[in-house]
Design a protein around this ligand. Sequence first.
Ligand SMILES: [Fe+2]
Ligand SMILES: [Fe+2]
Length: 332
Amino acid sequence: MDYPCSKDIVAKVTEVGSLPQTLAAVLKVINNPDSAADQIAEVISRDVSLTTRVLRMVNSAQFGRKRKVTKVSEAVIIMGINSIKVLTLSSSVFGMVTDKDLFKRCNIKRIWRHLIETASSARSIAVEIKYKEPEEAFVAGILHDLGIILMLLYYREGYLEVMEKMTVDKEGIEAAERNIFGLTHSEVGAAMTGGWKLPSNLTYVVQNHHSLSTGIMPEEAALNNIIALADRMTIGPFDNYSPDIEKNIEFIQSACRSLNLSNDAVNRIRKESILESIKLAEYLDLDIGDILEILTEANDKLAELYFSLERIYIEKRNLQSQLNGAVTETVA
Ligand SMILES: [Fe+2]
Ligand SMILES: [Fe+2]
């Protein structure tokens, strides 16, 4: 099947995908330093589902309130501006998909889980390395694969073909996207966030999260490497970034070095992020699967990884003994 050229795709998604109304209004009022909690609460109260989520979150164990909070203005004060921003943005991104056809034909649950886990791991990495704004890392995690959601919404048949190529032919995500559309989800997502006029470091991450920013580490590069690492740590529908497992391991190691992060810290964050994601999904009213389902999938992935590494090890050992044999023969 023929799909439109990359320029037309960018033009179409940026035209149809305007910034969700509630998000635009909340960001506007939050970004104004003179806004009071009452004004922020007033904007939130116009959206019933966001109001429900805010009240559910403020009454959760995380905020440890003895008395039930029923007023949004009180919730805004207790939760703080950053948590409100995160909750509004997450609700807006997940709220973009309501179409039942997409739920039937594609494993949306795994995509949601990937976004939430990436965001939650990114926030923990940011805290660990003392990055200035951990909530910004969370927001970037939710947004990083926005291009995939847009492609599934507006170029569904082609994108399902991309996903099939990744699963059946084990093609890397960006190669499969380029083959079919001539551009990647990172480019589509960045065109969109650029148009939304979000801070430029978020657009930079959406555009570059499949590679590491090297050299001196300005804040933008650090944020990008946090997301690049969190993205690869999570189990998503797009695990085969590169069919070469050794390259994936090297990538993770380089990301850790660039962020000065130990392997132990990465393992701990990985485990914690699974539980945190389940909690977050509850506040957002999202189905990402239960703990048993998630752990079973994580175990399957680990087993797959173990067997791939074992195969690589055996291949290398055989090659080494062949080389040793050849050297001995030459010497003799
Ligand atoms: Fe991505
Ligand atoms: Fe991703």
